[in-house]
Design a protein around this ligand. Sequence first.
Ligand code: HEC
Ligand code: HEC
Length: 263
Amino acid sequence: MWATNLRIIGVVLGTLALYTLIANKIPQVQSDVPRALTLGANVTPEQLVSAGDQLYHGAGGCTACHGLGTRAPNLLTDEKGQGPIGARCGKREAGKDCKAYLHESLASPRAYVVAGYEPIMPEMGRILSPQQLWALVAFLESNGGTVDVSASDIPSSTTSTTSTSSTPSAGISGGSTDPMAIIRGAGCTGCHKINGEGGAIGPELTHVGSRLSANLIRESILTPDAKIAKGFEKFKGIMPKTFGNQLTAAQLEALVQFLVSHK
Ligand code: HEC
Ligand code: HEC
């Protein structure tokens, strides 16, 4: 029983890692991989931690910001004498225990912004599945704290009606090809201003079509670090590298055409 479960989990994680690799190599091919983490009803805390560990260091994109010391708080090591994240998470917000605080930090990072940092963290619920968020919470707790995430925290995947609908949310915003719906759903406006809406962490996109060709815009979205926008060298690595996995091919094209028409 135990051995079989472990074997199944091993196969699932192995396949996940393989497909993530492939999806990263061929970014324009629509892939539902980041959502494909399937954790059974009797998943153990150890399995969650290990899945969260892989996400943290891989497809989750966390290390683009966390771990450099200045851009975002240290999570796996001490932060300003308060210990690693598992040790300090229960003391951040009155009335929120560690588990609740960590889940909120991922799902709605603006709800509590750690003093001394900019609110640049993307809303991870738009990028990762509920299972993946909980795996990350377990992994973060395991760094200096006690893991208390259990299978009962994880919404069962049966809520998405029948079994064939395993990809109901294929693509951002349910696969919509309305460019502004994609831009809002993907969180681009968290960092970029376009037509008067959005933030100022990345370059304004209102006239991006006068600076960049369709090819360069596509490249900026799929491999943001390949070329860094002038004046934004300091912000290299901040734009998520996961859009190639999240956008459908049709969404990517709709987005590129929309942006290139913004002269
Ligand atoms: C674009 C940069 C960026 C990325 C990518 C990012 N974060 Fe963050 N994160 C931040 C910043 C900046 C803060 C501090 C400001 C705040 O609270 O929003 C933060 C705060 C946090 C906190 C709260 C820390 C504390 O000390 O209370 C947690 C937990 C966290 N991030 C986890 C993650 C995880 C897990 C990932 C990957 C799935 C991730 N972050 C990806 C920038 C980022
Ligand atoms: C967490 C912040 C963040 C998010 C979210 C984000 N970007 Fe960016 N983006 C940046 C930063 C910072 C740069 C400049 C550094 C670089 O070129 O990588 C940039 C650069 C770009 C460029 C190149 C602009 C130029 O003038 O050269 C384009 C195009 C772009 N982003 C489009 C998008 C789109 C479309 C989305 C949503 C699908 C998005 N970005 C989401 C931060 C972000």
